[in-house]
Ligand binder design. Structure first.
Ligand SMILES: *[C@@H]1O[C@H](CO)[C@@H](O)[C@H](O)[C@H]1NC(C)=O
Ligand SMILES: *[C@@H]1O[C@H](CO)[C@@H](O)[C@H](O)[C@H]1NC(C)=O
Length: 326
């Protein structure tokens, strides 16, 4: 029966093809040059260490001050995103002070005027403080990486990058027995990002970290700001507390995650999202204290943001930040 046989052969061939395809699938899908898939895979479970870190509020006699620090260097004009960062810090964290570390500021700028009364201005002179780095041709973002460490080492408090939205009170972190707290970046926990730093004055971890910048090559920026602190965290584990990726840095900077935050959603999706955020006390997830907007990667979306659009267009980002607009 040649016809039947041919049919059987075709069926076997098809079976083999399908099986091979499925066997290869894991390898095909990990064929991902940027590593975005590993960064995105996360089970939303904090490790025991992370869990303990988040609940380690021991009513320390020397709490981390409820002072927020933000940095704005070599740029006279605050923008809408920095306004959102400052407003969210004021409302969600209820700090004793928000210190704006700056070099030069346009006091007539619209966003500055809206938050002026709630800021403590801390002027810096980069030539005096970071003359060596400037002579070594460091760029402003790299100097800002150092300044945040110096500010926390000197005063303690909560440092926020000007694209971080604070979502809930940070009070549960301020009694931490270790002197520094950082958040894991990525579901694969590949790094400890420096966009949010919660620390006590004199933190010894910061001292080690600061020293690493002594032999800083400007092409190693991401290494010194994200990967190195992760490596150092196992070496100096008694000096640092690390929290789960969802506390400060979820969703991540991958294309898919950025789109998730900024693509248009329907009225009913917006309502559902809003209900979840309210149920979580301000976060998209129960333990989320902040959202990092990854301004470098998300600039196509962020540059088009405006106060009007946040109010009138439904995206997850807009719904999340709406309550911070005055
Ligand atoms: C600060 O900005 C000015 C002009 O915007 C630029 O010429 C200067 O090089 C910048 N300073 C540093 C240290 O990058
Ligand atoms: C900002 O400061 C003003 C004047 O002191 C005060 O009335 C207001 O409550 C403050 N706003 C926030 C959000 O803290």
């Amino acid at each position: 029966m040649p016809r039947k046989c041919a049919f059987a052969n075709a069926a076997i061939l098809l079976f083999l093809l399908v099986t091979t395809f499925y066997l290869l699938l894991p390898f095909l899908s990990s064929f991902d040059f940027s590593g975005e898939r590993q960064v995105e895979s996360f089970d939303f479970k904090a490790t025991t260490v992370e869990e303990a870190c988040l609940r380690s509020n021991v009513h320390s006699i020397d709490p981390i001050p409820r002072v927020v620090h933000v940095i704005w260097l070599n740029n006279t004009d605050l923008n809408f995103m920095s306004y959102l960062t400052i407003r969210s810090a004021l409302i969600a964290i209820q700090p004793d002070r928000v210190n704006l570390h700056y070099t030069d500021i346009n006091e007539q700028n619209e966003w500055f005027m809206r938050v002026r009364d709630n800021l403590t201005l801390v002027p810096h002179d980069l030539e005096t403080e970071y003359g060596q780095q400037i002579r070594d041709k460091w760029q402003i973002p790299h100097i800002a990486d150092l300044l945040r460490l110096d500010v926390i080492a000197k005063e303690g408090g909560i440092y926020l990058d000007m694209d971080v939205i604070a979502l809930q009170s940070f009070d549960s972190l301020l009694g931490c027995e270790k002197d520094l707290m950082l958040g894991n970046e990525g579901g694969d926990r590949h790094g400890l990002c420096n966009a949010v730093i919660v620390g006590r004055r004199g933190s010894s971890f910061i001292k080690h970290w600061r020293e690493s910048y002594d032999n800083f090559a400007t092409n190693e920026w991401n290494y010194h700001s994200v990967i190195l602190p992760k490596e150092m965290s196992s070496l100096y584990h008694e000096e640092i507390c690390t929290v789960s990726p969802s506390v400060f840095y979820w969703p991540t900077w991958t294309k898919k995650h950025i789109r998730y935050m900024h693509k248009p959603i329907t009225q009913s999706e917006a309502q559902e999202f809003q209900d979840t955020v309210v149920a979580n006390g301000g976060g998209m997830y129960p333990d989320q204290l902040a959202y990092h907007a990854w301004s470098q990667v998300a600039s196509t979306y962020l540059k088009d943001l405006s106060l009007k659009k946040v109010v009138s267009h439904n995206t997850r980002f807009n719904v999340l930040v709406r309550r911070f607009i005055d």
